[in-house]
Design a protein around this ligand. Structure first.
Ligand code: SAM
Length: 243
């Protein structure tokens, strides 16, 4: 493919991710609905609805993209709380800010263009840090996890929602067919961009599975790390806390 992402070097990965998300920004929401048959909305609702957060809290949603997680978390922190939506990609942030403003969500929201590997926030700034469908795109995941730990307040939670390893054997070939045959075709039909969607399928397979990611979170300093599989491990939620 023109991205040549099969053997992409670490230093090129950031550029590739930049190209992919700049390319998909305008069609991102439509494609999410098509690819997951709308189920991503349920995963996101569960992820935010069961997060450790209360009214008045300050939250960082990293790789926040078009703002689904930030909008749901805003309901939970209320008028007195605030959400910072951080994303490395200006195109995704612009779509995100427009969508939030269209929904009437303005007060208590900030948008920061930033790389998860080097966050522009002081230590202990947030009660909750979330990253949904973002960590697999980050080149140095260990650095990103250390940064999330640093900006979290003591007692705070980090929550990661990410594609993971399917746990039911018979379902694996069905899922592979969907990822490598259906997904790029949907990308071609609806976004005229099969390469970006092939990248997404491949990035899911390369992402560390449940136990490995849990170990990486422990190595970054988090306590009481655990994961919860949703939809037979198509996605998993990983939690960690700052003791
Ligand atoms: N969280 C949103 C959601 O659940 O719909 C968006 C997820 S989207 C698949 C992944 C996002 O990660 C993109 O907006 C991309 O720009 C962002 N991203 C990729 N690498 C990043 C990095 N190193 N730091 C911050 N954001 C990054």
């Amino acid at each position: 493919t023109h991205f040549g992402f099969r053997d992409v070097a670490a230093k090129d990965k950031q550029k590739l991710v930049e190209e992919v998300f700049t390319s998909v920004a305008g069609k991102y929401d439509l494609m999410n609905d098509l690819m997951s048959l709308g189920v991503h909305r349920l995963w996101k609702r569960y992820f935010t609805g069961t997060a450790q957060v209360k009214r008045g809290d300050r939250v960082l949603d990293l790789a926040g993209g078009t703002g689904d997680i930030a909008a749901l978390l805003k309901e939970r922190v209320g008028k007195t709380g605030s959400i910072v939506l951080g994303d490395i990609n200006a195109g995704m942030l612009t779509v995100g800010r427009d969508r939030m403003t269209d929904r009437g969500l303005v007060a208590g929201l900030e948008y920061v263009q930033c790389n998860a590997e080097a966050l522009p926030f002081p230590d202990a700034s947030f009660d909750l840090v979330t990253i949904a469908f973002g960590l697999r795109n980050v080149t140095d995941k260990d650095a990103a996890l250390r940064e999330m730990y640093r900006v979290l307040k003591v007692g705070g939670q980090v929550r990661v929602l990410e594609f993971s390893e399917v746990t039911i054997d018979w379902f694996k070939p069905v899922y592979d067919f969907h990822s490598f045959k259906v997904l790029p075709r949907l990308g071609k039909l609806f976004a005229n961009d099969p390469d970006s969607y092939q990248y997404l399928a491949e990035s899911i397979r390369k992402h560390p599975p449940q136990h490995e990611l849990k170990g990486m979170m422990e190595a970054a300093g988090f306590s009481r790390c655990k994961f919860t599989n949703l939809s037979a491990g198509i996605v998993a939620i990983h939690d960690g806390f700052k003791a």
